[in-house]
Design a protein around this ligand. Structure first.
Ligand SMILES: [Mn+2]
Length: 375
């Protein structure tokens, strides 16, 4: 090795320099890309999973799980910013999730998980945004993959859960909804598609029956009593934060599972990150003090997904501009990863994960009593 060449050592008629050779950069090196690269390198996808956006490609590939971004916050009532949620959640990790210590499984070895990209969103149109989210989730769910939708404000649950209900059958799914707020208002300042209303739209449309809609973590000062009266008439069941304080999260979650499955065979999980205390998840639009612990939510996700058939999941209301040190985005990313890991345990045990339609599911139901995933 001769050391770096200096310009004044090069005669004007010299051949092209070879800096790789002269600087020692021509030696052998291993190459990394995709999921083998460090987490901060390369294009952003969920845990650096392969991006498969095309509907036909999804059908051919038949993944177990597909991540969908819903970068939409035109329906918020207070702080905006959840449109930046999907990107923040996708990259809020420092390893790819190779090994779930809590469940002792290598989730991406057991399951094929792809990132299906984002719904086709433009700003300033509630109607178009919801239409595009519906279409994207419908494409993913129609492929048989379990969709995990990253919001976005909570209004995206209306099109997302509608799409899942349409693929499976209206009224065939129960919903477990974690939130500080019920989101069952009739309207937000005259807007029927606000982020305070999606659960009412889902029930009114018949996509989900009120009696199989279960809410966990409600607290604070909204909605008013007449909204709870409507919820009673629909048979909704809800568990206030006070009940979690008194009985513990585990007992409440077990009740919620039983209530949501009182009829349906599968559950759609909707996780509003504001169910977590804003001290642990400050990056959200309508923070309400006095919420659940991050670890309680992660355990709840493992417990629910391990015990029931999962139809789909959304994780919403992460607003990165209000976040600190990515703490909220990390909680959301891990909630998705806990869901994936619990699905992986099921697949290892021979239980179905993908939705193959009713014929396939009833044939597979004989194996459905494999021991539930321990949380
Ligand atoms: Mn909400």
């Amino acid at each position: 090795m001769t050391g770096p060449l200096r310009p004044d050592t090069l005669p004007s008629d010299s051949p092209r320099p070879d800096y790789a050779r002269t600087n020692g950069w021509d030696g052998p090196h291993s190459r990394y890309s995709g999921a083998s690269a460090p987490t901060y390198v390369g294009p952003v996808s969920f845990s650096q999973r392969e991006i498969v956006e095309d509907a036909e490609a999804l059908k051919l590939r038949r993944p177990d799980v597909a991540i969908v971004g819903a970068p939409f916050d035109d329906a918020v009532s207070h702080r905006p910013g959840a449109r930046f949620g999907p990107r923040a959640i996708r990259q809020a990790y420092y390893n790819h999730g190779e090994h779930s210590l809590q469940l002792d499984i290598m989730p991406f070895h057991e399951l094929d998980v792809v990132d299906a990209g984002d719904a086709d969103i433009v700003p300033a149109s509630l109607h178009r945004g919801h239409a595009m989210i519906f279409r994207k989730v419908l494409e993913v769910a129609s492929s048989g993959a379990i969709p995990i939708i990253l919001g976005g404000d909570h209004s995206i649950t209306w099109p997302s859960a509608s799409a899942v209900a349409q693929v499976r059958a209206p009224g065939s799914i129960g919903v477990v909804h974690f939130d500080a707020h019920a989101d069952t208002a009739d309207q937000d300042w005259g807007v029927l598609a606000g982020h305070g209303t999606p659960m009412r739209r889902l029930i009114e449309s018949g996509a989900v029956k009120g009696r199989n809609f279960v809410q966990v973590g409600l607290r604070g000062y909204w909605p008013p009593p007449d909204v709870f009266e409507w919820m009673r008439t629909q048979g909704l069941r809800w568990h206030l934060m006070r009940e979690i304080e008194e009985r513990g999260a585990e007992a409440v979650i077990d009740d919620a599972i039983a209530e949501a499955l009182d009829g349906p065979e599968a559950i759609y999980l909707s996780l509003d990150i504001d169910v977590i205390d804003p001290g642990m998840a400050p990056g959200t639009g309508t923070p309400e003090p006095g919420g659940m612990l991050t670890r309680e939510i992660l355990r709840a996700v493992r417990r629910i997904v391990g015990r029931v058939e999962l139809a789909g999941m959304d994780i919403v209301e992460v607003s990165p501009p209000y976040d600190h040190a990515e703490v909220t985005a990390m909680a959301a990313h891990r909630a998705a990863l806990e869901c994936i890991s619990a699905l992986a345990v099921k697949k290892r045990a021979g239980q179905p994960v993908r939705f193959e339609g009713y014929a396939v599911r009833s044939a597979a139901s004989h194996t459905a009593d494999v021991a539930p995933v321990s949380s």
